[in-house]
Design a protein around this ligand. Structure first.
Ligand code: HEC
Length: 157
């Protein structure tokens, strides 16, 4: 075989290998991420790790639970997206992608520390309809109080 032919054969082999790799990876590549599905990936934390260590400074009591309910349904306007029952089916929530978190979800309640919820209420969740609500709409203290109410929405309790 002449040197030219050997080079041609080698080039064809390399090109063929490239096409095979392309076809193979195209076949196994996941479909484009759907943001409304991504929101259900609860195992992805929304807050930095240090937020897990923050402790709710407001002790739980019946009075705080009632205040939390008022914040959720009135001052904070949380129900508009998260829904009256917390399922994420509020009037504005159904239009959003990713969807508002289903606050009644037992896995969500188990995975998230109060500090992470507080962080999300204070800073919002980037790239979603969860904006920063404290201290603009509710105070930072009220953000801790509304979490006492959110805890009672847990379907698993
Ligand atoms: C404009 C719609 C909207 C309003 C109003 C709203 N939220 Fe959200 N919220 C969202 C969306 C969307 C998400 C989902 C974000 C995501 O997928 O991480 C979310 C997520 C959350 C989470 C979960 C964060 C985590 O750790 O995963 C908490 C807690 C929360 N909201 C609390 C509140 C509280 C409390 C209020 C009221 C003060 C409120 N939200 C108002 C849209 C809203």
């Amino acid at each position: 075989m002449s040197q030219g032919r050997i080079i041609t054969v080698l080039l064809l082999m390399i090109a063929g290998f490239g096409v095979m790799v392309h076809l193979f990876t195209a076949a196994i590549a996941p479909p484009e991420a759907d943001p409304s599905v991504a929101s259900f990936n609860l195992s992805r934390p929304r807050a930095p790790a240090e937020a897990r260590k923050l402790v709710n400074p407001i002790p739980f009591s019946q009075k705080m639970l009632e205040r939390g309910r008022d914040i959720y349904h009135e001052k904070g306007g949380c129900y508009v997206c998260h829904g009256d029952s917390g399922k994420g089916d509020g009037e504005a929530g159904v239009l959003l992608a990713p969807k508002p978190t289903d606050l009644t979800n037992g896995n969500f309640q188990l995975l998230r520390k109060d500090g992470e919820m507080w962080w999300a209420i204070k800073h919002g969740v980037e790239g979603t309809g969860m904006f920063s609500y404290a201290p603009r709409t509710i105070t930072e203290e009220e953000a801790w109080i509304v979490i006492h109410y959110i805890r009672t929405l847990n379907e698993a309790s």
